[in-house]
Design a protein around this ligand. Structure first.
Ligand code: NAI
Ligand code: MG
Length: 496
């Protein structure tokens, strides 16, 4: 059965005919009729042509979101919370379709996309549902006869531009807080992975969301994406993706004086001290480097290990890597699938070209025919100034450097333009405390990695972003402040 046939019954029928733009509660083709091809990284097969939205499509989606904004705010937080809770239930109910769509489109293993992915996404939506009815402002102490208060109001229309590495999670990390605050949205999914976003409108409608509150424009970054960023009626941009594109978006948003929330790239470190549980540290290093083929912004694949434990650590990493099941992501026993696209595969190959790999037993590496698989790589000997060492690879590559003294470990960890995450392995409380204060990053894991809940905020330092994702703190970014001052007794002009 072809990948496309597998998808039938899981996506709305109009989408399969190229009507993938959702505005005003209807599926439409691009106004100019243009399309682009979406492929599956599992076998490189063409799935179906997706609408290539441009300026006019963005105009229509923004108009739809703008028209729906006042009523969505006016129903109040409790009513919005009910819709979001119902939406979370719909997500749990649709996990089979969401999982299949994400696996076929992005290559992430079905064991993750069909189970834990939708569950976590639903948890996130429920977290923000719980905040929707607790939004509040402030009242200030004023002299008698005067009052002053501050209310938070939604911005109106917000654009959510998302990447391809975790299509469902990326979309909902934006959608949930944006909607909870009473904004309306135009979503622009990555051109490589638009499928999951085609399932959401129906779930939202079943949950009771009025048409127009959420709109989707499929298209290319430079076209639909850029048109959204510069649109007069889009008040704010929430973006996840590369630092390079984040800079471009921030510059364009700057011209139009609108705010941005940017979750960008990383090149995070994982430090292994000699007093650590080396076996667990090796588990963490292998998991963070190779899960999702390394396509995770918070991946801590830059390993910094104390010299006297390097051999033991490396031996354990090689043994653990030899047991990971790389292969067909539709097989429920697979742990790691292909990378998202041919372009990404070639980019990774370019960045790792000429790097001398540590010899690995790769019997576990079973690529599918035509699939975009990249062999895992561990490197110990490389130029620390090379592109391999400096850029975000977003592929299955672990680099290892050694240190002798603690201060050197932290210096190496911070020797990067990025600051998204970090992981530190030690049994010493003093070293753990040093890691907390020394590593310049938005989230630091001590003796663990990738442990997050919807409540824990992540905020990129340095070139890893502006703003906050997750947690209560993300909420304020999607509301603006309005102060109101009232004088009971009549105001006298200073000119009088
Ligand atoms: P990208 O950042 O260009 O794409 C992400 C999203 O931005 C997509 O929806 C795209 O259509 C949109 N976009 C692109 N140009 C735009 C523009 N001028 N205006 C508005 N929207 C625009 O990332 P790309 O090219 O797919 O991946 C390249 C590299 O970026 C990866 O190898 C990886 O290193 C990094 N990346 C990082 C991610 C993260 O979570 N930090 C996620 C995806 C990619
Ligand atoms: Mg795809």
């Amino acid at each position: 059965m072809s990948m496309l046939e597998k998808l039938r019954g899981h996506l709305p029928e109009p989408c399969l005919e190229g009507k993938t733009i959702w505005t005003d509660g209807e599926w439409r083709s691009a106004r100019h009729g243009s399309t682009f091809t979406n492929v599956s990284p599992i076998d490189g097969s063409r799935l179906f042509d997706v609408a290539r939205g441009m300026g006019e499509d963005v105009d229509a989606a923004v108009a739809s979101a703008r028209a729906a904004a006042p009523a969505w705010h006016a129903i109040g937080g409790a009513a919005r919370a009910r819709v979001l809770r119902a939406f979370a239930a719909e997500i749990r109910g649709a996990s089979a379709s969401l999982g299949l769509a994400e696996t076929i489109d992005a290559g992430r293993p079905i064991a993750l996309t069909g189970a834990s992915g939708p569950q976590r996404a639903a948890d996130l939506v429920e977290f923000y549902a719980g905040l929707a009815d607790k939004l509040s402002g402030r009242v200030y102490d004023m002299p008698a006869g005067q009052s002053a208060s501050m209310v938070r109001e939604p911005y109106g229309v917000i654009a959510a531009i998302t990447p391809w590495n975790y299509p469902l999670a990326n979309a909902l990390t934006k959608l949930a807080p944006i909607l909870a605050c009473g904004n309306t949205v135009v979503m622009k999914p990555a051109e490589q992975t638009p499928l999951v976003t085609m399932i959401l409108p129906e779930l939202l409608r079943k949950a009771g969301l009025p048409d127009g509150v959420v709109n989707v424009v499929t298209g290319l970054g430079q076209e639909a994406g850029a048109a959204l960023v510069s649109h007069r009626d889009v008040a704010k941009i929430s973006f996840t993706g590369s630092t390079q594109t984040g800079r471009r978006i921030a510059a364009l948003a700057g011209e139009h004086l609108k705010g941005v929330v940017l979750e960008l790239g990383g090149k995070s470190a994982l430090i292994v001290f000699d007093d650590a549980d080396i076996d667990r540290a090796a588990d963490a290093a292998v998991f963070t480097s190779f899960m999702n083929q390394g396509q995770t912004c918070t991946s801590c694949n830059r390993i910094i290990v104390q010299r006297n434990v390097l051999d033991e650590f490396l031996t354990r990493c090689r043994a653990k890597l030899a047991r990971i099941r790389f292969g067909d992501p539709l097989d429920p026993t697979t742990q790691v699938g292909p990378v998202v696209s041919k372009q990404q595969m070639e980019r990774i190959e370019r960045l790792t070209d000429g790097i001398v790999p540590v010899p690995l037993d790769l019997d576990c590496f079973r690529p599918t025919d035509g699939g975009y698989f990249v062999k895992p790589l561990i490197a110990v000997d490389f130029d620390p100034e090379s592109a391999f060492a400096r850029t975000e690879i977003f592929g299955p590559a672990m680099s290892i450097r050694t240190f002798d003294h603690d201060a050197e470990a932290f210096r190496l960890a911070n020797d990067t333009e990025y600051g998204l995450a970090g992981s530190c392995w030690t049994s010493s409380l003093a070293r753990a405390e040093m890691a907390k204060s020394s590593i310049q990053a938005g989230v630091i894991w001590i003796n663990c990695v990738h442990v997050l809940t919807p409540a824990v905020p992540v905020s990129g330092h340095k070139s890893s972003g502006i703003g906050i994702e997750y947690g209560v703190d993300a909420i304020e970014q999607y509301m603006r402040v309005k102060s109101v001052v009232t004088l009971a007794g009549g105001w006298t002009s200073p000119f009088a």
